[in-house]
Design a protein. Structure first.
Length: 299
């Protein structure tokens, strides 16, 4: 029986060459992949399979850099300012505070002044003769600059600046901030020949006219009233130094310098701006009140 002829495939030289190239490429790719796999394994094993270190990072060096990097320098400052409000003729003081700000503690200490407190107004021309006068009368007869000088001389306390207002400008400034959140310790129903004020007990937002009357009312209560005035000062500062005001400190200072009476210049503001931002962005760690200006020396 005759054998069946085998199937015979005819390929051109180009087809044969293409097949050989594909086989060679497959073998070469397999070799490269194998070499890369071995290399990667060797590198990872060298770095205890820490991919970040193997890629060029050095965990130990980065840790050392983090440990040795100097922290941002803390702002250190202790500044005392006089805040006051007087009548429209700038003769009669309504109320006044001495307030100390301290960094890096982020501490504020407020003292409401007794306007009838007598301080020394002696001068070299008086040849050692002691003379005293009330804060109220010094302001009325000599003005704010002499009052600051006499307070410094009598108390031994450096006052770094002052900010003051008359009745209407005080109210306007309070309203500029949208009022302040003040804690009223008890219900108030007060009427006098000059003003009247009615308030419920508790924390509430007081606008300019109401806050003005509340502070004046506290001034009629003696030592207890001044203590509450100092507490109110800290609550006012809480409302001013808040994160929402951090980005507009320059605008606020411009409003203060254009509206109120102050000896603080734009240069003073610029030099203190970093510290002011610390208070605005972080608030106060400690808020204190003291009974007398001398207590500020023990801050």
């Amino acid at each position: 029986m005759a054998k069946k002829p085998k199937n015979i495939m005819f390929r051109t030289n180009r087809q044969s060459s293409s097949g050989d190239i594909k086989k060679f490429a497959a073998i070469l790719t397999a070799c490269v992949v194998g070499i890369l796999a071995i290399s990667i394994f060797a590198i990872l094993s060298k770095y205890d399979f820490d991919v970040k270190s193997a890629l060029g990072g050095n965990a130990e060096t980065e840790t050392q850099q983090a440990e040795t990097q100097a922290p941002e320098e803390e702002t250190e400052a202790s500044k005392t300012y006089l805040f006051w409000c007087a009548d429209s003729s700038n003769d009669r003081l309504r109320f006044a505070w001495l307030v100390n700000f301290k960094l890096p503690e982020r501490r504020v200490t407020s003292c409401a002044l007794d306007l009838d407190m007598r301080i020394s107004v002696a001068s070299d021309a008086m040849k050692g003769q002691e003379k005293t006068e009330s804060i109220r009368n010094i302001f009325m007869t000599a003005g704010i600059k002499d009052l600051v000088a006499y307070l410094e001389g009598d108390l031994g306390l450096e006052i770094d600046g002052y900010i003051g207002a008359n009745d209407e400008k005080f109210k306007s400034m309070v309203n500029y901030f949208g009022g302040f959140d003040i804690t009223v310790p008890e219900q108030i129903e007060y009427k006098s020949g000059e003003f009247s004020v009615i308030l419920i007990k508790g924390k509430q937002n007081l606008k300019g006219d109401t806050l003005f009357k509340y502070l004046r009312y506290l001034g009629t209560l003696g030592d207890r009233g001044r203590s509450l005035q100092a507490t109110a000062a800290n609550e006012i500062l809480d409302s001013v130094f808040r994160p929402s005001n951090s980005g507009r400190l320059g605008t606020i200072f411009s409003r203060i310098s254009n509206t109120l009476e102050t000896d603080l210049s734009i240069v003073d503001f610029s030099s203190a701006e970093k510290g002011i931002k610390v208070f605005a962005e972080n608030g106060f760690t400690l808020k204190k009140t003291v009974e007398t200006p001398e207590d500020l020396l023990d801050r």
